[in-house]
Design a protein around this ligand. Structure first.
Ligand code: HEM
Length: 217
């Protein structure tokens, strides 16, 4: 006969202590939250308008000029939010978004965990190695796409060297489109993992605070 599931006593005690005594700690400071939601909203508009500008969908009947204005305005907003995050990181000496060698060495173990080959993820700093790789690639690609955006905006007036270096307008459009697809492929992974792995992390991204389990001592 199947035995009823019984939790081991030490685990049960730990769980009880965590929810009763666990103290609330500030995990996501206000500027990180402002950056996060501001950047997420702006990027959503940038990606959708970018797709429309790349290949207008006839059934939407949108005004091309207005879509371009929205694309540019939210592009500047997103750049502003990124500047804010960089300034905050410099002032707070926060390097939580910069991947280090030891973070990358933990990636295979993290992948093994995601593919159900390990019971627990390897230890990590504020963000795990997978998150770090995605966030860092987003920062880099967003800056590349913004620079290329300026090149096409100034068509031949400024940054002409970059225009030539890239190989002309069609190559430039192709690069920006590829970056858009990368964002569209990785954002759902980010949303899925950050809302399933540890829900208190999502709470922290909204309220700033997370409940920290007490020390075992
Ligand atoms: C509904 C959509 C989203 C949800 C629920 C969400 C949730 C979260 C959560 C919970 C974290 C913290 C992860 C942790 O503590 O382990 C986080 C971090 C982050 N997310 Fe999102 N996210 C969303 C959309 C986006 C989008 C669209 C972007 C931009 C591409 C984005 C970029 C980031 C970045 C860069 C961080 C690191 C924040 C920092 O330390 O500066 N997120 N997100």
């Amino acid at each position: 006969m199947k035995q009823p599931f019984k939790m081991r006593k030490p685990v049960l005690i730990k769980l009880k202590r965590a929810s009763i005594k666990g103290e609330m700690v500030l995990f996501q400071p206000i500027w990180v939250r402002i950056f996060h939601w501001g950047f997420a909203a702006s990027l959503t508009v940038i990606l959708l308008t970018g797709l429309e500008l790349h290949k207008p969908a006839n059934f939407l009947i949108l005004n091309y000029g207005k879509v371009l204005t929205a694309h540019l305005v939210f592009g500047w907003f997103a750049l502003g939010f990124v500047a804010l995050r960089i300034a905050d990181a410099l002032i707070q000496r926060d390097n939580s978004l910069i991947p280090k060698i030891h973070d990358l060495k933990r990636l295979p173990k993290l992948m093994a965990y995601y593919f159900f080959l390990r019971p627990a993820p390897p230890p990590s700093r504020k963000y795990n190695s997978g998150q770090l790789l995605i966030y860092f690639s987003w920062f880099l690609l967003f800056l590349v796409a913004s620079l290329l955006g300026l090149v096409s905006y100034w068509q031949g007036k400024h940054l002409i060297w970059l225009w030539h270096l890239v190989g002309g307008f069609q190559v430039l459009r192709w690069i920006k489109f590829t970056i858009t697809i990368y964002f569209l492929a990785t954002i759902p992974v980010h949303i899925y993992l950050s809302s399933t792995e540890d829900i208190s992390r999502l709470q922290a991204m909204v309220t700033g605070y997370e409940r920290k389990p007490p020390n075992n001592s």
